[in-house]
Design a protein around this ligand. Structure first.
Ligand SMILES: [Zn+2]
Length: 477
């Protein structure tokens, strides 16, 4: 990290914060209330059907580009780019004081997963507000985040906010599918993105409201790597009226039993250790004690055994592999000539897929079974917990949700962030949307986001970016 670190003394922090809120108040009087301006951006995004079936993701990029140009962004700073007309991304730059300094990226994706109108209570592509929620496909994943960045980019231009270095908004077109035309294409074709000091991602990290009403600010700093293998047993087959002891289905089934029994070793990184240590404060009794043991980096013993026995707690401790699909045989009355299982693994950051393949071969313990990597994974390491970002996020989290604690975490799933981590750009997921776990419906039916939390996230991102990207305050004389 060569970007100059902003060193916040408490008084400098307050000074700049006061200066910022004074500017915002002035600008707000001149235009619509920031919440209604935000709502308009959000509504426009929700009502463009950017699912694979809807095909309007490029239209969404163009709509955002129009908004930015309308408030004064130069055409050269608003790029609508992609490999084809169906998948155009948006890359927009708020110019900073020092154009040679490393930029900071703000990330979201514009595409959403399909939604069947017949299955939803209301049209998923019409914004509906009720019971304190906004409903619509993408209302949480990830049009909430996209609207938060867009509304702020518009507001910052209106306020004439000039960050210390360039702030680049990156909205991608295919995060939910292959990510090849979105982030991967951008990293090849917009080389400046790879030079970023770090990226802040709206597509990960959230604020979990516990039953006791406490707030856990999850900051995503690592992702497990997704990789799948096929295990295939082959056999000459024959007539099912004359069974033999060797049988492709039995061989595969037995090998899968051994794979199921295999356990990958416990391993940690800075993110997961901190996650267990801080997360322990939100639990009680045995679980809290066990999580503290993980926080100390213990790799075995009764505490670790108890954590591994819990699917959710255990997944964060090691690489996991599980059988997810099965096919075999070709006729009801024939001995199977082949049987194949798909085994999906989630590797700990820094793990090599070939090592995992060798481990599966060893666990299967049957040399006649072929273990094949289905397609090469994209590895991604854990991002460093950048002290300047952590400090700002912790301060703002405590200010926004009294008594909240920032807990860095590793997701078991993946986002565009992994491709940036893979080229050496640290990515921190800080969606900052507060909700009860029970209200979480990303990719599901009647997806929703709390209205208050959406607006709160915009304010959080406004303060976060300004605190990180404002020039250091002059010392008080
Ligand atoms: Zn997403």
């Amino acid at each position: 990290m060569s970007r100059k670190r902003l060193r916040w003394t408490r008084s400098a922090f307050l000074l700049v914060a006061a200066a910022i809120s004074a500017t915002s108040a002035g600008a707000q009087r001149a235009s619509a209330h920031p919440d209604s301006a935000h709502r308009a951006v959000f509504k426009e995004l929700i009502e463009l059907n950017t699912s694979p079936d809807g095909g309007q993701v490029s239209a969404a990029s163009r709509a955002v580009a129009r908004r930015l140009k309308a408030v004064g962004y130069a055409a050269a700073d608003v790029q609508v780019v992609g490999p084809n007309a169906q998948c155009l991304n948006l890359v927009a730059t708020l110019r900073g004081k020092d154009r040679n300094a490393k930029p900071v990226l703000l990330m979201a994706h514009l595409d959403v997963v399909n939604a069947r109108r017949a299955d939803w209570v209301h049209d998923p592509f019409v914004l509906r507000e009720g019971e304190g929620f906004f409903y619509g496909r993408g209302s949480l994943d990830n049009k909430a985040g996209a609207s938060v960045i867009v509304a702020n980019m518009v507001q910052w231009k209106r306020e004439r906010f000039v960050p210390v270095s360039d702030v680049i908004m990156v909205l991608t077109c295919d995060e939910e599918t292959s990510a090849t035309n979105g982030i991967q294409w951008l990293l090849k074709n917009v080389p400046r993105l790879k030079t970023a000091a770090y990226a802040l991602n709206t597509d990960a990290g959230g604020v979990t409201v516990t039953e006791a009403g406490r707030h856990i600010f999850e900051l995503q700093a690592a992702e497990k790597t997704y990789v799948s293998f096929e295990l295939t047993a082959s056999n000459p087959g024959g007539h099912s009226s004359v069974p033999r002891p060797d049988n492709a289905i039995y061989a595969l089934a037995a090998a899968l039993g051994r794979v199921a029994a295999h356990r990958f070793p416990v391993q940690y990184n800075e993110v997961t250790r901190t996650s267990y240590a801080r997360g322990a404060d939100f639990e009680t009794g045995q679980l809290a004690d066990d999580m503290r043991a993980a926080g100390r980096g213990e790799t075995s013993g009764p505490a670790i055994e108890r954590l591994l026995a819990s699917p959710y707690q255990g997944a964060g401790l090691h690489t996991t592999c599980v059988a997810t699909m099965l096919r075999g045989g070709h006729a009801e009355n024939a001995l199977p000539q082949s049987a194949t299982a798909t085994v999906n693994c989630r590797m700990m950051p820094g793990t090599d897929a070939e090592q995992v393949r060798q481990t599966l071969i060893g666990a299967a313990a049957d040399t006649s079974i072929v273990v094949k990597l289905i397609y090469p994974p994209t590895p991604s390491g854990a991002s460093p917990l950048l002290p300047e970002v952590m400090r700002v996020v912790e301060t703002l989290s405590a200010e926004t949700w009294a008594g909240s604690v920032v807990v860095p975490g590793m997701s078991n799933g993946a986002t565009d962030g992994l491709y940036l981590r893979n080229v050496g750009v640290p990515v921190l997921g800080v969606a900052a949307i507060a909700m009860l776990p029970a209200d979480e419906r990303a990719h599901g039916l009647d997806e929703k986001v709390p209205v208050k939390s959406l607006y709160q996230s915009r304010v959080f991102w406004d303060k976060m970016v300004k605190n990180l990207m404002s020039p250091p305050a002059k010392p008080v004389s």
